[in-house]
Structures are given as C-alpha cells and as structure tokens.
Design a protein around this ligand. Structure first.
Ligand code: ZN
Length: 225
C-alpha cells in the first residue's frame, strides 16, 4: 500500500517537472521567434544586385560591399549628429568583418568598415543604431566606422588608402546628414568621437589614427565648404 502511494507521488512529481520543462521550452521558443520577427529580412547575409543598390541609395554611395548585421537597434532612436571612429585592432577584410558582425552571439557591429585597400562596407544602415562604442547615447547619435589596421600592435597603423577613404566617407556622411562642420574637441562634446572616450578598457582607435584626427577634420571640412 505504502509503495503504491510513493510511486503515485513520484509519478506526479515527474509529470509536474515535465510540464514545467514543456512550458519553459514553449516560452523560450515564443521569445526567440518574437526576437527574430523584429529583424529585417535583409540581415545576416551578403547583399547583391537590387538589394545592394537599394542599401547604397539609402546610405553611402561609396560602399562596395554590404553584409547587414542583426546586431543593431532597428531603427535608431536619435538623430545623426556625430561620427565615431574605431580601429579593428587587427587586419580584416570586409568579408571577414561582415561574418563577425553577422554573428548574433557577438553582440557587436558598426555602421561602416574600411579595409586596407580603402574599400568601404556597410553592416548597419544609417537609420539603425550599430552596437560599436560601448555607449548607447553616443551610438544613437553617431554613424560608426571601423578601420582595418595594416600593422598590428605598436602604433596600430592604418594604410594611406584606408585613411583617404575614411576622409571621403566622413565627408559623405556629413553632407547627407546635414552636418555642416566636423570638430574634434578631444572629448565627447565634439561631433567626431572615438571609442576610448567611452570605455577605460580600450585604446581604440589606437595611437596612429588618434594622431590623424585633426588632419581628418581639416580635410573633411575643406571638402564641406
Ligand atoms: Zn572601437
């Protein structure tokens, strides 16, 4: 008799556990589908043909490659008022960078990137917020750009071609977003910001690119006049 009661209790507990497991799994599945349903259908893959042209028309015509990342806020909350410059802390092709930002688990992205050949890619459309600078407020207002290094460590050098493309891209972003002048104040009050202003854990964009910021600002402003 006692054995029967114990078995019944055990069986009841197992059923409760199974029910809890099933309900939890269903909740996770619904949340996952809800999360993915919010993502535009052109993210997580390389864009070609008409899809590429549409993205180039809505953003910079200077892009040569598009791989839209799921790691973004769709759309951004703020108005575009700033540009934030980063370096990759490595040398990467646009395709490699696209794959990295295409990985949802990495929770990182940038609006644009430039490789050592000076080619430009888009990963997050400008009307969306990229997850780049460890600062939600900045990234809500900024178009963020990752630049590949062509020398690792030391001054974290970038190529002359990458620097020239960075100047052209910044000029184009300013023109299309009605930013009259670019200014680098060395702190978050300027409209050209850098990653290390928002995090003690990084020296991004490295000594070489940091030393070029006044030159970049001058060159961009010459083109904006
Ligand atoms: Zn950075």
């Amino acid at each position: 008799m006692n054995n029967v009661v114990i078995k019944k209790e055990e069986s009841f507990s197992i059923h409760i556990l199974l029910l809890i497991f099933a309900v939890s799994a269903a909740i996770v599945l619904v949340l996952w589908q809800f999360e993915n349903a919010k993502l535009p259908d052109n993210v997580g893959r390389e864009l070609r043909g008409e899809e590429f042209n549409e993205v180039a028309e809505r953003n910079s015509p200077l892009i040569e490659y598009a791989y839209l990342s799921p790691n973004a806020d769709f759309p951004r909350e703020g108005e575009i008022k700033k540009i934030t410059v980063h370096h990759m802390a490595g040398e990467m092709t646009l395709e490699e960078c696209g794959k990295m930002f295409g990985n949802h688990d990495r929770s990182a992205s940038s609006n644009y990137a430039i490789d050592s050949e000076g080619r430009i890619a888009i990963y997050v459309e400008e009307h969306n917020r990229a997850w780049t600078s460890s600062n939600r407020e900045n990234d809500s207002q900024a178009v963020t750009i990752e630049v590949s290094n062509d020398e690792l460590e030391g001054d974290w050098h970038i190529s002359d071609k990458a620097l020239a493309s960075l100047i052209e891209l910044c000029t184009d972003i300013c023109r299309r977003n009605d930013i009259q002048m670019l200014n680098f104040t060395g702190d978050i009050n300027g409209n050209l910001t850098i990653h290390s202003m928002f995090s003690d854990k990084t020296d991004c964009p490295g000594p070489y690119l940091k030393s070029k910021l006044p030159y970049i600002v001058d060159e961009v402003n010459k083109r904006l006049i």
